[in-house]
Design a protein around this ligand. Structure first.
Ligand code: G6D
Length: 319
């Protein structure tokens, strides 16, 4: 049974869901409580949404292509999504749909835990802990995991930000990314090669409105930004809304970040006036590169038996 848990300090209020160890909403506390996440208006829709609003994603994030992968001379079948050549975000039994236990809870922090059982796709049990902590104007996320066998592990969070939800879509938000390379994808999202962002719609080394980059990709299979950027700093990037002067700075010790500008529709009602949520918001899915096990140039996301997995993502707000 899911529980919604509210964490609060003098600057932020955050609503956490035990189902999917997710973030349902983040409020900036100024003269009012300002929501900055696009999400389902109905909490029940949120729990089962395959737009993964705010959910913890794992064991793998992004697309793991089938029919299988090899690890330690053993071939593991990939349980692909229906009518897909890949598993997306851990598949139908991914962490996004699992109910986590509350291990400890204070007014401004909570630790959630879940033991993911062995499956045909993922060897061994994986013990996962997700720690949410409010520190001044930062939502701090820590992932800890440990497996009983060598396995794949690539955990992230799938929140969709809009710093001015009442202002419509995010195309006039300014994005900056500390990333000089991105992963080129084909129409099925298979990794083709790494390429420089310079002089492409993926160049956000200097902050600029999202509009031109997103609209330049409308006719691609991705219909906007839905790509993995190779970051060159723990400061992943920043999002700025010129109308409200609000800013989000993202920090992580992951080597890459998937940026997705909500290019596909939501069939369920959202807290935005943007029709079906298209381009209403933007994710910063800090992670290892998707499908890395199949491409030696990428990080494989292999977690060795009993090796500690420890990553963080910080969402720091200025307002
Ligand atoms: C679509 O391709 C996108 C993914 O990147 C995203 O995570 C998902 O919708 C919610 O499948």
């Amino acid at each position: 049974m899911n529980k919604f848990i509210t964490l609060e300090n003098e600057h932020l209020k955050t609503v956490i869901s035990t189902l999917g160890a997710g973030i349902y909403q983040i409020y900036l506390k100024s003269n009012q409580e300002i929501p900055v996440l696009v999400t389902n208006t109905n909490p029940d829709d949120y729990l089962t949404s395959t737009n993964y609003y705010g959910k913890s994603i794992g064991r793998i994030s992004g697309r793991l292509f089938g029919p299988n992968y090899q690890l330690n001379q053993h071939v593991y079948d990939v349980e692909c999504n229906p009518n897909s050549p890949f598993m997306l975000h851990g598949g139908k039994d991914g962490l996004w749909i699992k109910t986590f236990d509350v291990v400890s809870q204070k007014s401004d922090e909570v630790i959630l835990a879940y033991v993911d059982p062995e499956t045909n796709t993922f060897p061994g049990e994986l013990s996962v802990r997700v720690w949410y902590r409010l520190v001044n104007k930062t939502v701090h996320i820590e992932y800890q995991a440990q497996g009983t066998k060598d396995t794949l592990c690539n955990l992230t969070n799938h929140v969709y930000f809009n710093l001015n939800i009442d202002g419509g879509d995010i195309l006039d938000h300014h994005l900056m990314l500390n990333a000089r390379k991105y992963n080129v994808l084909d129409d099925q999202y298979r990794f083709i090669k790494q390429a420089n962002v310079a002089q492409t719609p993926f160049d956000f080394i200097q902050p600029k409105p999202l509009r031109n980059g997103v609209l330049a990709l409308l006719d691609t299979a991705q219909k906007g930004l839905d790509h993995c950027f190779i970051t060159n700093s723990n400061h992943v990037g920043s999002l700025f809304d010129p109308k409200t002067q609000r800013r989000l700075n993202v920090y992580s010790n992951y080597p890459s970040v998937v940026i997705y500008t909500h290019n596909f529709i939501s069939k369920k009602p959202l807290n935005t006036s943007v029709p079906q949520g298209v381009h209403s918001s933007i994710t910063f899915e800090c992670q290892y590169e998707p499908d890395g096990i199949h491409h030696p140039i990428l990080n494989s996301a292999i977690l060795k038996k009993n090796e500690p997995y420890h990553h963080f993502i910080d969402f720091e707000f200025e307002f």
